[in-house]
Ligand binder design. Structure first.
Ligand SMILES: [Zn+2]
Ligand SMILES: [Zn+2]
Length: 266
């Protein structure tokens, strides 16, 4: 069975990822409009009716903006925890309860042949989760929006072949930037976001032979650049004597432009 990964959008203004095989797929988060999702999926010849559900990591609008229309127009099932589902509902969101599929932390569930587990991460939302999606012995882990990498999250991250991990901010840009002090502190906190050095140091320390693809994700518009995220990773690797040479393959996911499709299983 094929296992393809495609980023439709990644960053603090909207996150949405597609994981699929030849006939079916799932979305992780829908932080962009339904129209953009449809347009970006069309580029890779994936029709909306082959999407079997959307997995939701947490309530922040850069992850949930498009969900209401996906549910209304496409009757798309929403897979998340009861707590996150409750946090998404507001007096203004019209989400039919029929679309909700409750999942439990660290308990496997299946959608269209994919084996999936959600794991908890620390972030400033009522609850935030990451996902590991497996098929035919290969696994993809999505860990964006986390202030620190706790042991549980690490256990999923370290058993993945393709890892989508946050590299949100450059520490110096955040320090020098115009954000108010409270916001800078929030971003840096254990319940905020991972900075370039944090992510790079973690990866350099834990690099293993299963990990064939690293996708740096959820870059801040104001406090990071693609080049800085990439340079920090390469510099940290070289300081630790790690030579990459294309294995793992490192990609920085773009904010507004979909990525290439990464085929984990041809
Ligand atoms: Zn986010
Ligand atoms: Zn968030």
């Amino acid at each position: 069975m094929k296992l393809n990964f495609y980023s439709l959008s990644s960053g603090s203004s909207g996150n949405c990822y597609y994981i699929g095989n030849a006939s079916r797929g799932i979305l992780i988060d829908a932080g962009i409009s339904e129209r953009s999702i449809r347009t970006y999926l069309r580029k890779i010849d994936v029709p909306m009716h082959s999407i079997m559900g959307v997995l939701v990591t947490h309530r922040h609008s850069d992850h949930t903006r498009g969900i209401e229309v996906l549910v209304r127009k496409h009757h798309m099932p929403v897979y998340t925890t009861l707590k996150i589902w409750g946090s998404i509902l507001t007096p203004h969101t019209q989400l039919s309860k029929d679309s909700f599929r409750e999942i439990s932390l660290q308990q496997r569930f299946d959608i269209a042949g994919f084996e999936i587990e959600a794991f908890p991460v620390q972030h400033d939302a009522p609850e935030t989760i990451g996902f590991q999606i497996c098929a035919s012995g290969k696994s993809i882990t999505i860990a964006t929006d986390l202030g620190t990498i706790c042991q549980t999250a690490a256990s999923y991250i370290l058993t993945s072949n393709l890892l989508v991990i946050e590299s949100n901010y450059d520490e110096q840009m955040l320090t020098d930037g115009k954000y108010p002090a409270f916001l800078k502190a929030r971003i840096r906190s254990d319940r905020g976001h991972l900075g370039n050095h944090q992510t790079s140091a973690f990866l350099a320390e834990h690099l293993n032979s299963h990990l064939t693809n690293i996708c740096l994700a959820h870059l801040s518009l104001k406090n990071n650049t693609t080049q800085l995220a990439l340079d920090t990773l390469h510099q940290t690797f070289s300081e630790r004597g790690i030579t990459v040479n294309g294995n793992p393959q490192v990609t920085v996911l773009n904010r507004n432009v979909p990525s290439d499709v990464i085929c984990l299983i041809e």
